[in-house]
Structure formats: structure tokens, C-alpha cells
Design a protein around this ligand. Sequence first.
Ligand code: NAP
Length: 498
Amino acid sequence: MSDVSLKTNKLANFINGEWMEVESSKAVINPATGEELVQVPLSSAKSVDDAAAAAKKAQKEWRLVPAPQRAEVLYQVGYLMKERKERLSQLLTMENGKVIEEARGEVQEGIDMAFYMAGEGRRLFGQTTPAELQNKFAMSQRTPVGVVGIITPWNFPIAIATWKSFPAIVAGNAVIWKPATETPIMAFELAKIFEEAGLPEGVLNVVFGAGSEIGDAMVHHDDIRVISFTGSNDTGRHIASEGGKQLKKVSLEMGGKNAVIVMDDADVDLAVEGIIWSAFGTSGQRCTACSRVIVHEAVKETLEERLLAEMEKLTIGNGLNESIKVGPIINKAGLEKIKSYTEIGKNEGAKLLAGGYELTEGDNANGNYFAPTLFTDATADMRIAQEEIFGPVVSLIPVKSFEEAIEVNNGVTYGLSSSIFTNDVNRVFKAQRDLDTGIVYVNAGTTGAEIHLPFGGTKGTGNGHRDSGVQALDVFTEWRAIYVDYSGKLQRAQIDVD
Ligand code: NAP
């Protein structure tokens, strides 16, 4: 089905511009077939020390390279990614399982980010502002932080890395990247692209290995000043508390419990399309996946019927096959978690309308497949309506009014994405004001962020930072205020003012 190959059976760390093998390794499994794809290194903390030393040295020079020239490397990275889009997409489907159409979309997101952040090389805007004294000049500018650590999850193995490493690099930092152990191939391929694009040695370093070993060593390393993390809430909290002890800047993007609201005046067919795409795309393993549908009771039955009809059309299997719409779950542990939540839903009294089982026969026998699952008559306080399941499971929660819909949407500990289907302009504006999430969609599902807008969430989803958009630069830069006094005398602010 695929015509690409890795040309190696064991990956290597990329430190100081060199490919460094380590002894210990682990198999990377294709979740669609159960086959081994490659061995990923299980490095020790010593590799983090080596990477940090290389990054520290490299950053001293890199910060002095004019930003438009730093950007030239990113443009080159963008062109190489574009050239290799199909190869990267197929490898992405093989290591992660998402269907090929979505994999192409994810790689495109990385390409878009390369060109967008390369453009920042000629902006990185600061401010000039009047000074309060005569013959004095005042301005603020962004300065790089130094060495930054990025820790990424398996569900978007290339896009999220580009959201973090591209702004960091264009801003003049050096990067140490620890990719998820489940999906190291995209990291290996992207490091090769940076090498070919001419990035000076040591500016990007990739260290493979377990989060508990490599991630932990990065969080505790004195020379790493920023940790930008995307992953689960538990890991994020741990990193924040450990990083906080060293006053590190820690940027966290974590889970979601995202909802689509369908009002009584909605275009129900459009809402069905939006729900199917957001709930079952990437088999529900997106941080922005729709896992709750808050439906006005007047359209509940119609919505159920049409959702069931569309769910029947979903084809499940190996995502390399262009006709497949729902790929596998990342691993057995993920599958078990999803299974356990369907049991929890049944025990809580929600009504199972479709799915709720693992697929174990025929072509699907060796992969991790779970049928798209629909519960109805869930209540807002049920665990299936509160906790992140990270699988193709969606729960319908009936409500009586717009106000109740907003309350239910906001009544969870997460705050990443929300969506409302309505044709009432007053409701649209009230919803975008009152939905307590970092991303709000109107008449579209909960997924589909564009790279030049800020990405992230409120409450338990994050800690106030954002990936993507110009806002990502705030994570990887410090603001410096600069005053130039050309009066030739000592002028004291707030004192020598007439
Ligand atoms: P995870 O288990 O927290 O892992 C994320 C990363 O952290 C991996 O690289 C992991 O390494 C590493 N890690 C694990 N333990 C660590 C430790 N003690 N110290 C430092 N690093 C450590 O999350 P996941 O299961 O891969 O990803 C799924 C989660 O990510 C979901 O909750 C999803 O909602 C969230 N997510 C959020 C966003 C967003 O932008 N808000 C986007 C995508 C995903 P190993 O791989 O070696 O374990």
C-alpha cells in the first residue's frame, strides 16, 4: 500500500549536527497492522547533557545571525517538506495510524508554519514609544531566551513540533526536542530536513527516549530555560510543578472535552457533517475532538437518526487505503481506556446507540480498531461527559435552552474548543462571548485550527500560553525595554519631569 521506506531499522539521536546511536532501543509498532516499523533509541539523561551543551554553544552564534537570515533556513525547510509531502504523509500514517488524507493535512500544517514563521524573520515586531523626558528614546524588542526544550505527543507528531520549533528557531533560540516514543519517525525525518536545509549544528537537537527519563532530565536541566509541552494533563501538571521549582517558563497545551452545540434553529445536516468529522476523524484522538454533543431537545431525535445513518457509512481500517475514513487507535493501552469508558457510560445509564466494541476480525485483526460509538441521553455530570476519552466516542446531552447549552459546555474542567450550530445571529455573538474555550467555531465542528491564529485553551487545558500565531513567539522570547538618553545629562524618570 505504501511505496516509502525508512532505509534504516534503528533511528539515532541528532545532537550537534551528528547522528548518535545509543545502545538501548524499543520497537515502534504500526497501529494499523501490529508490524514493527523501526527501533527508537531509549537514550539516557547523558544525551540531554550532550544536547544541552551543544545547544548552549550553538545559540551564542545563532542569536547573532540576523533574523531574516535565520528565516532563510525555515524557507528551505518549508520547500523540502513540500517536496517530501507524500513521503512524510505516508510515514505519518504508518507510525500514527491517522488516515492518509488527514496525514497530508497535518504535513501541510507544518509547511504552512515554516513559511509563516519564516515571514516572522522580517517582523518580530517590538514597539517604539514616546519617552517621558526630552532627548530620550524608548523601545521594546524581543530577545531569544536561550536553550528551549520541546516535548511533543504522538497524536500530531509533526505539526505540533513545527508549532514549537519554528518560532523558537526564527527567534534565535537553540532547541532540544523530545518526541513521543510512539511516533519518532516524523522527528527523524524533520531533523534530516533541517540538516539538509543548512541549519548550523547544535541549533536543533533531537533526543529520543522515555518521557520519565529524557523529558524529566530536560525539565530539570539548568541550561534549558523554557519547556514547551503538549500532552496529557497529568504529565503537564507534573512538568509545571517541577519546572516551577526552578522558575522555568513552562508552556502547557493539554487535554480537552470539546462540545458541539446544536440549537433548534440549526442546519442539522451541516451539524451532522461537523460532528462526524470532529468526533471520528483521527479516531477521536485529537485534543480538539468533539466528544460531547449538546443538543436542543427539539432536534434531538432528528440529529440521532441522521448521525446514525452517517456513522454507518464510515469505513474502518488501515489509513493508507484512500477509501478508509477511520484509522486505528494508537496502542493497546489507548484501546483499553476507550473500552473501559464505554462500560462506564453504560453503567452510568447513558443509552448506547451505536458502536461500543473493538474490531478483531479480518483485515483488522492485528491492529487496534474501535467502532465509532454514540451514546445518547447522557447527563452533563456523567464521567463520559466530563473526562477525556481520546477515542471515537461521542455522547449526546439533551438541553432545553441556549443558556443551558452554554452552561453545560462550560461545566467541564477543560477549555480547548467549542462549536455552535445556529442560524440566529444574536446567539452567534452571545456564544462567541460566553463559551469558555480558547477556540470557538460557529457552524463548523470543533477541529480545524489555522496556523496564524493562537492555539490553546482555558482552565485545565493550559496555563495561559499559546502555540501558533504570533502569540507563540511570546513563549520563546523575552521582552527587553531599551532607553537611549541623548541629552548628555542625567535625567531621572518620574523625578526630572516638569
Ligand atoms: P503524554 O503521555 O503526556 O505524553 C506527551 C509527551 O510527554 C511525550 O513525549 C511523553 O514521552 C512525555 N512525557 C511523559 N512523561 C513525562 C515526564 N514525566 N516528564 C516529561 N515528559 C514526559 O500525552 P500523550 O498521551 O502522548 O498525548 C495525548 C494528550 O495530549 C491528550 O491529553 C491530548 O488532549 C493532548 N494534546 C493536547 C494538544 C493541545 O494543543 N492542547 C494537542 C495534542 C494533544 P513518552 O512518549 O516517552 O511517554
